[in-house]
Design a protein around this ligand. Structure first.
Ligand SMILES: *Cc1c(COP(=O)(O)O)cnc(C)c1O
Length: 388
């Protein structure tokens, strides 16, 4: 059957593009065990170090006793538990929106939001470096799909002005997942208001990390715009929040529309209610533990400082995603492998995920990293740079 599959796989292998899964034997943390060996990891999205927090583990046990394990059905049949409902209220309040809706994953949230809000007569205008899930969603929606150069507000405005579509949806990552830079949110909202467009803002990497009390990118210092009715806010709960899932927060009519017609919400089993119970504890820690965000900032500063004199340069990022631009794919892979031999995990990101000649090491920092961990990475990179 499909004999060309084997051929394709071989070609992929020969181009050095075959991907492998590594089996992690320990909980997710700054140090993880793979094949019995301990590694210092700069590769997870557990930015606050919550994925293995004892309070969350305890909440999981309590939640399992109170709600059982499986949701048993989809939200619109009888899988919508009190645990889900309470969490939605807390998330709406925490992010400053009238309503919030839980999805099983961020991927599914993006698919659901975009396909429920726009169709054939509509237009999507999206940043070129948006996450794959947003691009998949745009294609699935059948709306006209226009992509503008990364962060280019002039191009965005030209497309908005020229469009005669029934509905216009602007889509952007808040923090770009391969660059670590932050979208010009204030200007995006102003343009959406001017042209009667909605802005879908994907804050997968900002929620819990950025803004006052970790409320996300909309709560960064100059945020006098958070209550714009033109925002549809999406964030994941499997990254900084340390658990699993995602949510969308928006105006009541938007959320009600999603409940009625987002297919990735309707036609799937609700997540285990115990996870929502755990997330209540996670949100408390996100709000209370300012020291986690302080530790992250300290780690980011320490990394930048330690890599200053390197010929490879960090991209200008103020977030825990700190990409080190290497250029050639082979070189990025070589550095990643050398680090791995020394027990340090930093993934090499290559085309087609990033443009040709822009291969990089994607260093993800966590509040759980100690200063000595950062030092170990910067020393290793400085030594590797000497003999390359
Ligand atoms: C991780 C990620 C998603 C997908 O979220 P999951 O909950 O992992 O499915 C969506 N958007 C962005 C920008 C992401 O980084």
């Amino acid at each position: 059957m499909f004999p060309d599959l084997a051929e394709q796989l071989r070609a992929r292998e020969q181009q050095g593009l075959r991907r492998f899964r590594q089996v992690v034997e320990s909980p997710q943390a700054s140090h993880i065990t793979i094949d019995g060996r301990n590694y210092l990891a700069f590769s997870s999205n557990d930015y606050l170090g919550l994925a293995n927090h004892p309070d969350l583990i305890q909440s999981a046990c309590v939640g399992a006793k109170q709600y059982g394990v499986g949701a048993g059905a989809s939200h619109l049949i009888n899988g919508h538990s009190a645990a889900h409902h309470i969490l939605e209220d807390v998330l709406a309040q925490f992010t400053g929106f009238p309503k919030a809706l839980l999805f099983s994953t961020g991927y599914m949230a993006n698919i659901g939001v975009v396909t429920a809000l726009v169709g054939r007569e509509d237009a999507i205008i999206a940043d070129k470096l948006n996450h794959a899930s947003l691009n998949d969603a745009a294609l699935l929606s059948r709306a006209k799909f226009i992509r503008f150069p990364h962060l280019d507000l002039t191009a965005l405005e030209q497309h908005l002005a020229a469009s005669s579509a029934r509905r216009k949806l602007v889509i952007s990552d808040a923090v770009f997942s391969m660059e670590g830079d932050i979208a010009p949110i204030k200007q995006l909202i102003a343009l959406c208001e001017k042209y009667h467009a909605l802005l879908v803002l994907d804050d997968a990497h900002g929620f819990g990390v950025l803004g006052e009390k970790g409320r996300g990118s909309l709560f960064l210092p100059d945020s006098d715009y958070v209550h714009s009715p033109n925002i549809v806010y999406m964030a994941t709960l499997g990254k900084a929040a340390g658990v699993f899932g995602a949510f969308v927060a928006a105006q009541v009519d938007v959320i009600e529309t999603l409940i009625q017609s987002a297919r990735s919400y309707i036609y799937t089993t609700a997540t285990p209610p115990l996870l929502s119970h755990v997330l209540l504890t996670s949100l408390k820690l996100i709000e209370q533990d300012e020291w986690r965000r302080d530790a992250l900032l300290r780690n980011i500063a320490q990394l930048k400082n330690g890599l200053q004199s390197l010929s490879w340069k960090l991209l200008p990022s103020t977030t825990p995603i700190q990409p080190l631009l290497v250029g050639e794919s082979t070189e990025a892979v070589r550095i990643s492998e050398r680090l791995r031999e020394q027990g340090i995990l930093v993934p090499a990101i290559r085309p087609p995920t990033v443009p040709q000649g822009m291969a990089r090491l994607r260093i993800s920092l966590s509040a759980a990293h100690q200063l000595r961990d950062i030092r170990r990475l910067t020393q290793a990179l400085n030594e590797l740079a000497l003999d390359s």
